[in-house]
Design a protein around this ligand. Structure first.
Ligand code: PLP
Length: 393
């Protein structure tokens, strides 16, 4: 195995799983481990620095999504933000009904939470998507019932990059006066997004997808929207998330948000250029390949999902890993799953094709040289693996 390649930023193609911590973010976090360790709720002067740092981070995160600082609730990540949105809304609104609408291609942070709510007596509709992964607003309109108490639809998909028509979907929700949550973990920092234009009520984001620290995230809660907390205790975060704040992580999330605000507009076109270079190269050089998911403006600029006919995805990944390339077949949390991707099956791929697909996601340290070397490695690995009996049979 080439130790040289492993861990090299230019051979990393799994930014949708996580991003490297930006050096500037790390520098900014360091003082909040030591010496600025104080509890932001303490009343002496030394604690004012940590209190103000948390509030500054809140302002920075709010600015990234067009929100007001007071609407940001810091959490331990995207999963907790999604869970707070879902459980927090339906438990409070249980008296109004018990039906939830979501989609078949949500991340497990939403899917598993909804399944848990089903075991607690709530019912759910999982909207299907078209071949590009898009949810049809008319399907949402038809799915809403008089007892629907929450709609949760993601802003962008982590496996195939589909950007949902959230403003149209939210308009349907508003017509029917149903609260709307969006898991925007993959959209925030990659595409411009303003919660006022989206017309939604709740939005989840995560620090480690935007070059911030793991274990940081936030739920945006539109002013006036009420939730029941998941955690009870000291009443931090306006009573919505008790527990002493993880100040270094929050500071890091704030800095990452500020960098994303400043750099996103240049980064989007750069990444979509690299992605197109790679997509064209793969489709031209490797026979029996097909791109999965959306095209053009409906797609995240950094995400590419490709099927390699007669080549087992797991074997391809292992071959590429040996050469130092890090990428994945789908979401990181299902990387060890034995099932084909629920997203690829939802867009109509058969099991064979779903299992011969790879997700390539680009980011801040991706460049032309890296993309070109991945293409060469793919040409070799597909030739080596093709025709071997798949491991999953
Ligand atoms: N939602 C989506 C769409 C994601 O891609 C992820 C992470 O993979 C999450 C939620 C979970 O976020 P976190 O890892 O911060 O808990």
């Amino acid at each position: 195995m080439s130790e040289k390649g492993n861990g090299s930023p230019s051979l990393y193609f799994d930014y949708n799983a996580t991003t490297p911590l930006d050096e500037r973010v790390l520098q900014g976090m360091a003082p909040f481990f030591s010496p600025k360790f104080h509890n932001p709720s303490s009343s002496y002067r030394a604690a004012a620095a940590t209190f103000h740092a948390v509030e500054e981070a809140r302002r920075r995160v709010a600015a990234l999504i067009g929100a007001r600082a007071g609407e940001i609730v810091f959490t331990s990540g995207g999963t907790e933000a999604d869970n707070l949105a879902l459980f927090g809304t339906v438990r409070l609104r249980a008296g109004h009904g018990g039906h939830i609408v979501t989609s078949a291609i949500e991340h497990s942070a939403v899917l598993r939470a909804v399944q848990q709510l089903q075991t607690e007596g709530f019912s759910a509709t999982f909207l299907s998507v078209d071949g590009g992964g898009r949810i049809d607003p008319d399907d949402l309109r038809r799915a809403i019932r008089p007892d629907t108490i929450l709609i949760s639809l993601m802003s962008a998909n982590n496996e195939i990059g589909t950007i949902q028509p959230v403003p149209e979907l939210a308009r349907v929700a508003r017509e029917r006066r149903v609260p709307f949550h969006s898991d925007a973990v993959q959209a925030v920092g990659k595409v411009p997004l303003d919660v006022r234009d989206l017309g939604i009520d709740l939005l989840a984001l995560s620090g480690h997808k935007i070059y911030g620290p793991k274990g940081s995230g936030a739920l945006w809660v539109r002013g006036g929207v009420r939730l029941q907390p998941l955690l009870f205790g000291g009443g931090q975060e306006r009573g919505l998330r008790s527990g002493t704040e993880n100040v270094p992580a929050i500071v890091g999330l704030g800095l990452a948000a500020e960098l994303a605000s400043a750099e996103m507009n240049g980064e989007g076109p750069r990444l979509s250029g690299l992605r197109e270079r790679l997509r064209r190269g793969i489709l031209e050089r490797i026979p029996g390949t097909a791109a999965n998911g959306p095209e053009g403006r409906d797609a995240l600029p950094n995400t590419l999902n490709i099927s390699f006919r007669d080549a087992d995805g797991g074997a391809l990944l292992a071959y590429l890993d040996q050469r130092g390339f890090a990428l994945s077949a789908g979401s990181a949390c299902s990387a060890k799953s034995t099932k084909p991707s629920h997203v690829l099956t939802a867009i109509g791929l058969d099991e064979e094709r779903a299992r011969s697909s790879l997700r390539i996601s680009l980011g801040r340290f991706s460049d032309e040289a890296g993309v070109d070397s991945l293409l060469e490695a793919l040409v070799d690995s597909v030739a080596a693996v093709r025709g071997q009996p798949p491991s999953w049979r």
